[in-house]
Each structure stands twice: as C-alpha cells, then as structure tokens.
Design a protein around this ligand. Structure first.
Ligand code: TRP
Length: 328
C-alpha cells in the first residue's frame, strides 16, 4: 500500500543540517518503507574532481549518516550507485535520447559551469541524465528532494515520457515530492544564500559538529540590529535562526508559540535556545554514528545487501529498454 520513493545524495562533502532537514529527515518521517531506495551517488560526485581516498571514506560516512538519521535498514535499501552497473548504462542511453537544449537549460549546470564553460567536464552536463536513470530504473512513484532538485525531477519525467512515446511504455513517470518546511535552511553567515557544504567555516552546522562548535557557529550567526523576535522573512538572519529553532524544537511548537516564548528576550536568548535544541537534536544521530563506526564490516554488508536487493529491478528495466531500442 505504501508509496515507493527513490532519492540520493552526493558523497562530496560533510553533511550539514540543511541536508538533514531538507532531505534525509523527510525520508525518515514519510518514506521509511520496504519499497524505498536511498542511493549514495558516487558517479555524480566525480563530475568534478575528487580525491580518491576522501571519496571512498565519504561514501562510507554518508551510509552511516543515512542510518544514524533513522533510515530503517530492515525496510529500505541503501546502496552505492556504482555498485549497480545499470545506472551508467541507462545514463548513456538517456544522453542519446535527451536534446542538448533540455540539458543546457538546467540551472544547476549553468551555475556550476558558469565561469568555466570550457574546463568543466562533459559529465557535468550529462549529470541530470544519470539522475534520470537512477530514478527510472526502479519504477518508483516519487522522488523526495529539496526544491533545488525539482527541475531535475521534471527533466526525468520529460525523458520518461519521451521514451514511452517513442519506444513504448517502459517507465513509470515519477512525481517530485517536495516538502515546504525545512526545504531551505540558509547559511548562518550569509542568510540570503542556501547553507552549503563548500561555504566558509561559519556557513553551515555539520551533523557531526561537537556541541562547542555548534555553539560558536550559532552565536556568530549574522543577524540585524533589531530586538523583536518575529518570523519576518525580510529579516533573513533572524528568520533562519527561528526556522532552525522551529525544526529542532521538541514538541513541534507553532510559530506564534515560538514568538511568544521569546518575547522580550532579544536575539541572544534565541541564539542560546537554538544552540540547545540543535545540540540535543543531533545527539542521538552522533551517538548512533559513533556506534556504527566501530564496525566498518557491518556497513559494507549493508551496502552489499542493499544492492543485492534491488539489482534485479534495475536489470529488468534495462533489459526491456534495450529490447525496445533494438540494442544488444
Ligand atoms: N542531484 C541530486 C543532488 O545533488 C543527487 C541525486 C542524484 C539524486 N541522483 C538522484 C536525488 C536521484 C534524487 C534522486 O542533490
């Protein structure tokens, strides 16, 4: 009866609370089921240069993060993209099917290649066709992602429809599943921009930051010189802190309740309380992560089991595609 989901994250940097609140937490709350599949997209990470040793470690680290954040390995499949060869193969087929115009209109491509068109890899342009392959191989109902990935999911739908029209129905056309709250956590030091893996030292709170580091980053967060505590989107720094507080606060307080709670306390009071809820919210994740780190063999086994569970689905889809196209 449940709905099947597919999603993924690149193992290209340390995870921060924006990744957690905007993606992983929604997977855990809404799509932690037998039919859901969560990928560590290492083939996407190499569209830009990566250090091999670091990449290998980050793939394992991200696996542990998925589990520490609450994905249930007795239900969902967690796997590494490159462990299932069908991704690269269907990705190539989609590159041949996708008009260059569709690919070059992708905002993420334009941003990432902006000042270095000639040097950026062909893979960066082909990135969304590989993402379409990830999703469409498994015939899922939807793709829970942050709003920055919506355009890629729309392209995935276009590719599926184009294939189905030209060669016959081989793919289910998936929905983008985008949740409003938490879809956007902004940088602490520059609250008009999204929190980022590659920003300065006070940009993001990492999921594995110690309480002391979390405190220092939040206390330094950029705010204006006001005093009154209201959810006003025009006060970007204050709004972001309030949003972070709201997302971590126990008991799901409403916005008016939060405003009332902090009335007359000034920004200092809000910052202190935010430190507290973030530290407490991350504590169980960090404890679970430390426990998993004691047994790397167990982590490898989870990845192997995940790939073994879903490989037959990918193989079946790809074989149908090849048959319909006349290849092989
Ligand atoms: N492009 C996604 C991101 O940067 C990662 C990704 C790759 C993905 N393949 C996917 C997300 C398939 C959802 C489904 O966040």
């Amino acid at each position: 009866m449940g709905k099947s989901a597919f999603s993924g994250i690149q193992p290209s940097g340390d995870m921060h609370i924006g990744n957690y609140l905007g993606a992983i937490r929604n997977w855990v709350v809404d799509y932690n089921t037998d039919e859901s599949i969560y990928c560590i997209v290492d083939l996407h990470a190499i569209t830009v240069p990566q250090d091999p040793e670091l990449l290998r470690n980050r793939i394992r680290s991200l696996t542990k993060i998925y589990i520490s954040c609450g994905l249930d390995i007795n239900k969902v499949a967690i796997f590494v993209q490159s462990h299932i060869k069908e991704h690269a193969e269907l990705g190539w087929i989609f590159q041949c099917l996708t008009p260059l115009g569709w690919a070059s209109r992708m905002t993420q491509y334009k941003e990432k290649s902006a000042d270095k068109k000639e040097q950026s890899s062909v893979g960066l342009l082909a990135y969304p066709m590989l993402m379409a392959a990830d999703i469409l191989l498994y015939q899922v109902d939807g793709v829970p992602v942050g709003d920055d990935q919506k355009q890629h999911v729309e392209l995935t739908r276009d590719i599926a429809q184009k294939f189905n029209r030209e060669y016959g129905e081989a793919f289910k056309v998936p929905e983008p599943w985008i949740r409003d709250s938490g879809a956007r956590v902004m940088a602490l030091d520059e609250p008009t921009k999204k929190m980022s893996k590659s920003g300065g030292p006070n940009n993001a709170i990492m999921l594995l930051d110690s309480p002391a580091v979390i405190k220092s980053k939040i206390m330094k967060a950029t705010t204006d010189s006001g005093r009154e505590i209201k959810f006003n989107p025009e006060q970007a720094g204050l709004y972001n802190l309030l949003t972070i507080y709201e997302l971590f606060a126990p008991g799901n307080p409403t916005r008016p309740e939060i405003e009332e709670q902090f009335a007359g306390q000034g920004y200092g009071g809000l910052k202190k309380a935010t430190v507290e809820v973030v530290v407490e919210g991350l504590r169980p994740i960090q404890e679970k992560y430390a426990e998993l780190s004691k047994d790397e063999g167990y982590v490898e086994q989870i990845l192997k089991d995940g790939a073994d569970k879903i490989r037959p689905i990918a193989a079946k889809t790809l074989s149908e595609v090849k048959q319909r196209m006349g290849i092989g």
